[in-house]
Design a protein around this ligand. Structure first.
Ligand code: CAA
Length: 380
C-alpha cells in the first residue's frame, strides 16, 4: 500500500477540508441543537462532487477512487458527523450497489441523478425484528405477473424522511432464508410508501432517520436490483463498502475530539500553567493521536483493497470496529480534558461524545464486525 497520496487525492482532501471548515463547521452546533437536516450543505456537497465520489463520470459521479471518498468523508465528519452520514449513505449504500448490480437502464434512471446529488438515497435493510440478524427479513415481496407486491416495515432508515430513492430488501421466499431475499429500487413517491416521524436520537441529530411502512407497494420487475434471491449478497457486499465509509466518519469524529481537546488544553490553565503541560493530559492526547493514525491506516488499507478489486470484508470490518471504538474513546477523553466544560452544550465535545456512539452500532454493530472478521479468518 502506497502511503503517499496522489496529487488528485490531496486536492480532494484540501477541497473537502476547506468546505468542512468554512461552511459546515460553523453550522454544526445549530444543526445538532435544532435536529435540522442540512439541506443547503447537501446541495453544496452535490456541487463539489461529494455525493457520488467513486462513481464514474459517465454515470453522474466524480470518477475518483475509494481513498478520495475516505479522505472527503473524514473531513466532512470532522466538522459535522450528521452531514457525514448523509453523504456516506448516498455514496456507499445507494450509489455503490446501483453501480455494481444495476442494469444500464437502472443506472441511467437512478444512479446518474443520485451520484450527481440531484436526488438523495436511503438503504432499507433493517426491520423492527431484523437488525444484526439481517437475513430474518419479514418484509414480503410477492410476484404478480410483471410486478411485485411488497408489504412490511423498515426501521431506523437513515435519510428516509428526505430520500427520493430507496434500495429496499425484501423476503421473496421465506423457505430459502438468506437466499430468499430480493432487492429493489424503490422510488419513495410510490403509492403505499409512508414514512414515520423522524427518530429522536442521542446523536447525529441533523441526519434524519425513520420507519418506512410498505403497504401493498406495487413495483415493476424492471426495478428489481440483482437476481431474485440475490438480495442478501447485494446487502452484504454493499455493507462491506459502507463500513469503510463509517470508519472514515468515525475518524472524523475522533479527530474533532482530539483537535478540540488540544486547543482547549493549550488555553485552559490549572495550578499556574496550561493543562497541556500536565503529563496526565499529555498522555491522553498521545493515545488519542496514536489510535487515530492507526485507525486511518486500517481504513485506507480497506479502501485500497476495494479499489484494487480484492475481497475486503474482513479489512472493512477491522477498520470499522477499530475506528468506531477509537472515536468513542477519543470523545470520552475529550470530555474529560474539558472537565465541567465538556459536559455542557456551550462546548463541542459533548456533541462528539453523543455522535461517536452510533458508529459502533449502524452498518453492523461492533459485535457483528468481530463476527465478520472471525468468520473470514476461520473459514476453511
Ligand atoms: N459479500 C458477499 N456475500 C456475502 C458476504 C459479503 N460480504 N457476507 C456473506 N455473504 C454471503 C455468504 O457467502 C453466504 O452465501 P453462500 O451460502 O452462497 O456462501 C450468504 O451470504 C449468507 O452468509 P452467512 O451465513 O455468513 O450469513 P448470516 O445470516 O450468518 O449473517 C452477518 C451474516 C454477518 C451476521 C450479517 O447478517 C450482517 O452483516 N449483519 C449485520 C447487518 C448490518 O450491518 N445492518 C446494518 C443496517 S444498514 C445501516 O445501518 C444503514 C444506516 O442507516 C446508516
Amino acid at each position: 500500500m502506497d502511503l503517499e497520496l496522489t496529487e488528485e487525492q490531496r486536492l480532494v482532501q484540501e477541497t473537502a477540508r476547506s468546505f468542512a471548515r468554512e461552511e459546515v463547521l460553523p453550522k454544526a452546533p445549530s444543526i445538532d441543537r435544532e435536529h435540522r437536516f442540512p439541506k443547503e450543505l447537501v446541495a453544496r456537497m452535490a456541487e463539489l462532487g461529494l455525493m457520488g465520489v467513486a462513481v464514474p463520470t459517465e454515470w453522474g459521479g466524480s470518477g475518483l477512487d475509494t481513498i478520495s471518498y475516505v479522505l472527503a468523508m473524514e473531513e466532512v465528519s470532522r466538522a459535522c458527523a450528521s452531514t457525514g452520514v448523509i453523504m456516506s449513505v448516498n455514496n456507499s449504500l445507494v450509489c455503490d450497489p446501483l453501480m455494481k448490480f444495476g442494469t444500464d437502464e437502472q443506472k441511467r434512471e437512478f444512479l446518474v441523478p443520485l451520484a450527481a446529488g440531484k436526488k438523495l438515497g436511503c438503504f432499507a435493510l433493517s426491520e423492527p425484528d431484523a437488525g444484526s440478524d439481517a437475513a430474518a427479513q419479514k418484509t414480503v415481496s410477492r410476484r404478480d405477473g410483471d410486478h411485485w407486491i411488497i408489504n412490511g416495515v423498515k426501521n431506523w432508515i437513515t435519510n428516509g424522511p428526505v430520500a427520493d430513492v430507496c434500495i429496499l430488501f425484501t423476503m421473496s421466499d421465506r423457505q430459502k432464508g438468506a437466499k430468499g431475499i430480493t432487492a429493489f429500487i424503490l422510488p419513495m413517491d410510490t403509492a403505499g410508501v409512508k414514512c414515520g416521524p423522524p427518530d429522536k436520537k442521542l446523536g447525529i441529530r441533523g441526519s434524519q432517520s425513520c420507519q418506512i411502512f410498505l403497504d401493498d407497494v406495487k413495483l415493476p420487475d424492471r426495478l428489481r436490483l440483482g437476481e431474485v434471491g440475490g438480495g442478501f449478497k447485494v446487502a452484504m457486499s454493499t455493507l462491506d463498502g459502507g463500513r469503510i465509509g463509517i470508519a472514515a466518519q468515525a475518524l472524523g469524529i475522533a479527530r474533532a475530539a482530539l483537535e478540540d481537546a488540544m486547543a482547549y488544553a493549550l488555553e485552559r490553565k490549572t495550578f499556574g500553567q496550561a493543562i497541556a503541560k500536565h503529563q496526565a493530559i499529555q498522555f491522553k492526547i498521545s493515545d488519542m493521536a496514536t489510535e487515530i493514525d492507526a485507525a486511518r491506516l486500517l481504513t485506507l488499507r480497506a479502501a485500497t483493497m476495494k479499489d484494487e478489486g480484492a475481497r475486503f470484508s474482513a479489512e472493512a470490518a477491522m477498520a470499522k470496529v477499530f475506528a468506531s471504538e477509537v472515536a468513542n474513546r477519543a470523545a470520552k477523553e475529550a470530555v474529560q480534558i474539558f472537565g465541567g466544560n465538556g459536559y455542557v452544550e456551550d462546548f463541542p465535545v459533548e456533541r462528539h461524545f453523543r455522535d461517536a456512539k452510533i458508529t459502533e452500532i449502524y452498518e453492523g454493530t461492533s459485535e457483528i464486525q468481530r463476527l465478520v472478521i472471525a468468520n473470514n479468518l476461520l473459514k476453511d
